[in-house]
Ligand binder design. Structure first.
Ligand SMILES: Nc1ncnc2c1ncn2[C@@H]1O[C@H](COP(=O)(O)OP(=O)(O)OP(=O)(O)O)[C@@H](O)[C@H]1O
Length: 680
């Protein structure tokens, strides 16, 4: 019989259905700081710390000596964190069977891979050759570039022309060889993983029957699927990168040493310290990844076994949840420890990176004094770095033209100029198809403009890291997608900082979603289901999600279209909150500092004061220009199935003023900076 208790230190011996034992604890082991509870999973024993993965400062309420234990636990917890402490002992237990196996060294793994690739080694050789040529070309570019500039300054046209030609050749070789390198590594990776799967599969199927008695099907399929895929990722990303960085790093170091040895040495010291830290962190990460794989394989196995005997399992539902929970526990412990280490790693890494910048600044200052670097260059560098830390939110579309790749003959935006200042709220209105969503697509860099440039705080979007850029922009689309998980997790989704329940509730309140969420039976823990929430409620949750991320730029692309009727209630209740404005698309336009009217991908008019007559006229004009097309809405839902009735409901919700279908009414696309939102 299976017994489960959520308090791990007091776990009794557990057994899992259907047949094989999964022992998670020794009931007689006293709870001591860093005591290890062996988990046996298919013959693999791992050490798992039990009490200290939770808050060690919380005493066991059933324990009379709770306070002493708190102190003892705390001391033990701190000691375990020192280098060599048991916190780092994620590795397989010394006595475990797995530990007896010969460790796989990098050389051994590379040799095995080399053997596997056999007749197709030429691909790797070409890839490596291309890698070296590309890296050497890239390293040479700065030197030749500087030489070209200086030769131009000194008026030496012969040297300038020679350097320029050389630069063009370098650009070509670097581009072509980079492409060749990626392609050949991709092919080598594919060949290797296919061969690995083949040989692993044949090794498995030719095993004796007792092997299959011992090994679980879930484990084996996990090896064939997930493990081979992991290896593929490592080869595709890591091996390729390591080789490239090694060649480029060596070249860069030689260059630096010849240019300025103090700068080179200080960089070398910082890089060495960083390398040591990353080495330790990498080892720990590898162990954690290994354990995670083991536990995942175990979980696969349980799922497979459970599904294959589903009738029996359904008759004993209690064992199912226990089994799932217990297996998860192991994975959770490993991931929990690992999550603790991530911030430590980030702090160290960022600290060192900032030190590099400070040293660069000091050396840059000295270089200015010696006349090697101009003050303008250094200021630009520092400003570039500091401004980009905090986005102000100034957006400029300069001469932007665009067509979608699939319709290259149809221009969507033409010579567009739009400028949005920091803290300004701009409503972009226009008929359906006029290009509002396309503007968002370009701003989020889903597509690149065919012509012209888009700037954020004066920097071209092309120069910015896409992930970084998207982190700074909060976007709520026309049909926000919610995931099939609880509301709390949906709001928290994509938020990089740590958020507690009060933060989530705060965001929900700002988005006017708190009340309806609280009225649900499970509140914030309610599972999001397609039929549970109205479109307007989904939009509110999506807006709360965007607000929680505290973006520098907030874009609402018709994200409030379903909220008009619902928000009326709140407006009537005289609850003066910016949500009132946020949730009403016409008041949203009024709340804007400026209205920009689009027509067929061009800005046709703009109005600054949205309450003045000119702005009203613009809205009227845009509304009058809609194509008359009577809405086809039936009066009753009689004789219709649920789906059709829901469709009608949505259509009604989308109905705009003057009885026009929603898609015919000029729709706003609103850009709020977060500070402007606060003002609202
Ligand atoms: N992925 C795409 N590929 C090709 N054409 C597209 C694509 N997305 C949009 N378009 C076309 O680009 C034009 C502008 O579309 P866009 O979605 O930007 O308009 P919109 O003003 O946001 O319209 P709505 O208010 O209806 O959302 C339309 O003619 C549309 O058909």
């Amino acid at each position: 019989m299976a017994i489960f208790h959520s308090n791990l230190p007091s776990l009794a011996t557990l057994s899992f259905p259907p047949s094989k034992p999964f022992t998670i604890a020794n009931p007689k082991t006293p709870t001591k700081p860093r005591s290890a509870f062996p988990i046996t999973s298919r013959g693999i024993k791992t050490k798992c710390q039990c009490f200290d993965i939770r808050n060690p400062l919380i005493p066991d309420p059933k324990n009379d000596e709770g306070k002493d234990k708190v102190l003892e636990n705390s001391v033990g917890f701190v000691r375990s964190l020192w280098p060599g402490g048991s916190w780092w002992g994620l590795s397989v237990d010394d006595n475990a069977e797995i530990a007896a196996a010969k460790p796989v060294t990098v050389i051994f793994a590379l040799r095995r891979m080399w053997e596997l690739i056999a007749d197709d080694r030429w691909v790797v050789i070409v890839a490596f050759g291309a890698l070296v040529i590309a890296a050497l070309s890239e390293i040479s570019v700065p030197g030749v570039l500087a030489a070209s500039i200086f030769s131009a300054q000194s008026g030496d046209s012969v040297v300038f022309s020679r350097n320029s030609q050389f630069l063009v050749i370098l650009c070509f070789t670097s581009g072509i060889c980079s492409g060749l390198r990626s392609g050949c590594f991709g092919i080598a990776n594919m060949i290797l993983v296919t061969r690995l799967r083949e040989s692993l599969y044949s090794a498995i199927v030719f095993q004796d029957i007792p092997f299959f008695d011992r090994e679980a099907v879930g484990d084996l399929t996990s090896r064939l699927g997930a493990d081979c895929q992991q290896l593929s990722n490592v080869i595709r990303n890591n091996v390729h990168l390591i080789l490239r960085n090694a060649v480029q790093g060596t070249g860069a170091l030689v260059n630096l040493l010849t240019l300025s040895w103090p700068l080179a040495l200080s960089t070398l010291v910082i890089c060495s310290v960083l390398s040591i830290i990353f080495l330790f962190y990498g080892q720990y990460q590898r162990r954690a990844a290994k354990l995670t794989q083991e536990f995942t394989a175990g979980a696969n196995e349980v799922a497979q076994e459970t599904l294959s005997v589903i009738r029996t399992v359904q008759a004993m539902a209690g064992q199912v949840s226990f089994c799932k929970h217990s297996r998860k526990c192991g994975l959770w412990i490993v991931e929990y420890e690992f999550q603790y280490l991530i911030p430590v790693n980030t702090v160290i890494r960022n600290g060192m990176m900032h030190k590099t910048k400070v040293i660069a600044l000091l050396l840059g200052g000295m270089s200015i004094m010696c006349g090697h670097v101009s003050a303008e260059q250094l200021t630009k560098y520092i400003l570039y770095w500091l401004k980009l830390q905090r986005v102000m939110g100034q957006i400029q579309f300069v001469n932007v033209s665009f067509h979608y790749p699939s319709r290259s003959t149809v221009p969507i935006l033409e010579d567009m100029h739009i400028s949005v200042e920091a803290n300004e709220v701009v409503a972009i209105v226009g008929l359906s198809g006029s290009g509002k969503s396309t503007i968002v697509n370009l701003l989020l860099r889903y597509y690149e403009p065919s012509n012209g440039q888009i700037y954020l705080d004066g920097f071209s979007l092309r120069e910015l890291d896409i992930r970084w850029l998207r982190e700074k922009v909060g976007f709520v689309g026309q049909e926000p997608h919610l995931f099939r998980m609880d509301i709390k997790s949906n709001i928290r989704y994509g938020c990089s900082r740590h958020c507690e329940q009060p933060d989530i509730e705060w965001a929900a309140k700002q988005a006017f979603a708190h009340e309806f969420i609280s009225s649900l039976p499970d509140g914030y823990d309610t599972l999001v289901d397609d039929n549970l929430l109205s479109r307007g409620q989904k939009q509110r949750i999506a807006i709360a999600r965007a607000i929680l991320r505290d973006p520098a730029i907030l874009i609402l692309d018709e994200a409030t279209s379903a909220l008009d009727s619902e928000s009326e209630h709140y407006v009537k209740a005289n609850n003066l909150h910016y949500g009132d404005k946020l949730f009403n698309r016409f008041s949203t336009i009024k709340a804007a500092d400026r209205i920009v009217v689009l027509d067929a991908g061009r800005v046709i008019e703009q109005a600054v004061d949205t309450n003045d007559k000119e702005a009203m006229d613009l809205q009227e004009k845009a509304a009058d220009e809609v194509v008359e097309e009577p809405p086809v809405l039936e009066e009753t839902g009689k004789g219709k199935n649920m789906e059709q009735r829901n469709g009608d409901k949505v259509a009604k919700e989308r109905e705009g003023p003057k009885g026009l279908p929603y898609h015919q009414v000029p729709q706003p696309l609103v850009d709020f900076s977060s500070e402007a939102l606060e003002q609202l």
